[in-house]
Design a binder for this molecule. Sequence first.
Ligand code: NAI
Length: 364
Amino acid sequence: MRILAILYKGGNAATSEPRLLGTVENQVRLIENLDYLKQTYSSFPYSSVSESKEGPDSDFQKHIVDAEILITTPFHPGYLTGDLIAKAKNLKLCVTAGVGSDHIDLNTAVKHGIQVLEVSGSNVVSVAEHVVMSILLLVRNFVPAHEMIERGDWMVSDIARNAFDLEGKVVGTIGAGRIGYRVLQRLLPFDCKELLYYDYAPLPEAAGKAVNARRVEDLKDFVSQCDVITVNCPLHEGTLGLVNAELLKHFKKGAWLVNTARGAICDKDAVAAALASGHLNGYAGDVWNVQPAPKDHVLRTAKNTLGGGNGMVPHYSGTTLDAQTRYASGTKSIIENYLSGKAQEPQNIIVGVGKYESKAYGQR
Ligand code: NAI
């Protein structure tokens, strides 16, 4: 039995901060898992933990061929393509330490009887808080204001000319699942003009009423009504490139867009062009179509017509220290359940043996 974990390198931060559990150094408490396994099972499972994930010589591609359990995180995704799955003859279980398993070719996993589980709910509050922060920093023009201060300048009008209140704006979420709903809950006290959502799964009536959110069933109609749009749906065939040049045309001029779901849901070049033309006033989030994002990725430096409107950061909204405690312990439970033959928590199963168990990865 081999457990393969592809995690991000923590460097100095991980050696001085042991709560950075999602790192190669601290290994999602894998060592504790292994102690448990050592006591429980006669044959000690061999494990590999590495950050090396790209190309045929990477640890990921070398060790996937005989791994039975693969642990990955969305923050430093080991992209398990259909070709790699075909080579992974022993692979039975993929565990996403976090939420969002699009880095795994889920349709091929279904065909090969490989289960895919994630630690559902483990970081949804962390992301929802980041979304609210990102909305505020765009609407209030925060980043250029802070940069001005660091430069030693002081010109209030240059900032105030593009700073607004969130009160009175229409805010909508694409996807009203665990994160999208928590965003709506957190926005309630801001007295927005209206809260909207677009999701093929309508909220239960009481839940919709509790956040006073109106469902809009047509996406173009939805975006045309929003001042702020936040993307909170998984990446799958139905959401890849969903926010593209054509859809952006239907956005209100000067709208703000926040994407903490997955980079590839928004077309990066179309977003950069919409910022440059003034059609979008801002774009913020922490997810990139490829991670780590290349140094010259257009969204690192894309700006609106006033030289601001960029709230992009590396993928970390769902990997706060609080979130890491939760997803590390969830990862451990999933592996323990698998090894001891116990049933998995149903909400964690994205792909069960031979079929999707989650309805969130597209209408099938
Ligand atoms: P969830 O499964 O609770 O909710 C997802 C919702 O999206 C569901 O209601 C589903 O019906 C809806 N949806 C799916 N396809 C849609 C479509 N085509 N149009 C509109 N709605 C659609 O998932 P949760 O926990 O809210 O997470 C959502 C996503 O957020 C994850 O899949 C992941 O990609 C991302 N995420 C990002 C993190 C970060 O650190 N930036 C951390 C955690 C999650």
